[in-house]
Design a protein around this ligand. Structure first.
Ligand SMILES: Cc1cc2nc3c(=O)[nH]c(=O)nc-3n(C[C@H](O)[C@H](O)[C@H](O)COP(=O)(O)OP(=O)(O)OC[C@H]3O[C@@H](n4cnc5c(N)ncnc54)[C@H](O)[C@@H]3O)c2cc1C
Length: 329
């Protein structure tokens, strides 16, 4: 039966937040299209995730297990997902707007002769045609584009952290469909040689309620040590602009923005960041933005609710001291 198919991914024995966001999107689509929600789970021993997918809104779960699906490999996932789609015949396939979705999306869309919509932030039904339309940021977040696919079949990636994750409904069940995917090692054109796990320090950027972020105006890696201290006292995570990551002051994984991470904290503190559109594109989901910049004309002040014109270090060190005093008393 046609409907929306979500690619489910897992990490450390749990469904990823991306999966829960996609399921939430699929549930919204179900209300609009009156079509069921399916999830596809790929791997080697993935049976334990099936009830969780039902509990988070999937009506059907396509479960594909194969030794070549252990760990993500682009060719294997494309072939397996294509076989699942041929069986499920979904109207819409939802993939996460991350490295995996960016690789799989166009490849799958080509195979399905579907429209590919990259990194949508919202969707709705076009009143006139009754067809789905997707909203996505364009020109680095300066403008919004509304995409109306002309064919019925759509493969879309959802920009991370723009949909609220689906909540769990105890006791909810559905239909499990086992798919015997045909995969041969000779079909895989690349192989994973090494996986290097970046050392996780502090709070994960994506989950943080407070993010302390620095840019070129922090003037070097030493400045980031001060910001890390501030992040620690605020129990927040640390991020950076691309200028800071490109300079090698901090790891690339700290980069926030259009080509980095999206964050949606309660509080985003920007130190020495000018507020280029590509940076702002990654922080627009923040509830409150506080900017500290010596230039009163810096564009970051246009998106910040609170602005301090001044030297970042003076403000950051004062904040550290005050927070320490407050937490002592
Ligand atoms: C295709 C593309 C994708 C991109 N993707 C990203 C992305 O994902 N994320 C991203 O961040 N950028 C991205 N960029 C780069 C982006 O355009 C900007 O160049 C970058 O964000 C600038 O970083 P910045 O604000 O740290 O540096 P700058 O623009 O150089 O700003 C530094 C700021 O620090 C202030 N300052 C200087 N000294 C002090 C001080 N002592 N105290 C306080 N303030 C001070 C200055 O007034 C200035 O406003 C992308 C660019 C392109 C073309």
């Amino acid at each position: 039966m046609p409907g929306t198919l979500v690619l489910a991914t897992t990490k450390n024995g749990r469904l990823t937040r991306n999966t829960l966001e996609l399921l939430a999107g699929a549930r919204r689509l179900k209300e609009k299209l009156a079509e069921p929600v399916a999830a596809a789970i790929l791997g080697t021993e993935v049976g334990a995730y099936v009830p969780l997918l039902f509990a988070h809104g999937a009506d059907q779960v396509y479960r594909a297990e194969h030794p070549l699906l252990e760990g993500y490999q682009g060719d294997a996932y494309t072939l397996a997902l294509h076989q699942i789609c041929e069986r499920a015949q979904p109207t819409v396939v939802l993939l996460p707007g991350d490295v995996m979705g960016r690789e799989l999306g166009p490849r799958l869309a080509y195979r399905l002769q579907a429209t590919f919509v990259a990194e949508f932030i919202d969707f709705d039904l076009d009143q006139a045609s009754g067809r789905l339309q997707f909203t996505r940021q364009t020109y680095g977040g300066k403008a919004m584009a509304v995409v109306r696919p002309r064919v019925n079949s759509v493969v879309a990636t959802a920009k991370l952290r723009t949909l609220e994750p689906a909540t769990q409904e105890e006791g909810r069940t559905g239909e499990e469909i086992r798919v015997d995917v045909a995969l041969e090692a000779s079909q895989l054109t690349t192989r994973l040689i090494e996986k290097v796990q970046e050392e996780a320090t502090g709070i994960n950027l994506g989950d943080a309620k407070i993010v302390v972020s620095g840019g070129r105006g922090v003037h070097g890696p030493e400045g980031f040590r001060v910001l890390e201290e501030l992040a620690q006292v605020l129990r927040g995570a640390i991020g950076a602009s691309r200028a800071a990551t490109d300079a090698g002051w901090v790891p690339p994984s700290w980069q926030i923005g259009q080509t980095g991470r999206n964050v949606s904290p309660e509080l985003y503190l920007a130190f020495g960041i000018s507020g280029a559109t590509q940076h702002v594109a990654g922080i627009s989901g923040s509830k409150h933005i506080v900017a500290v910049n010596t230039d009163p004309e810096a564009p970051i002040f246009k998106v910040a609710q609170f602005g301090i014109v001044g030297d970042w270090k003076a403000v950051a060190t004062t904040l550290i001291e005050r927070c320490r005093e407050l937490t002592k008393s």
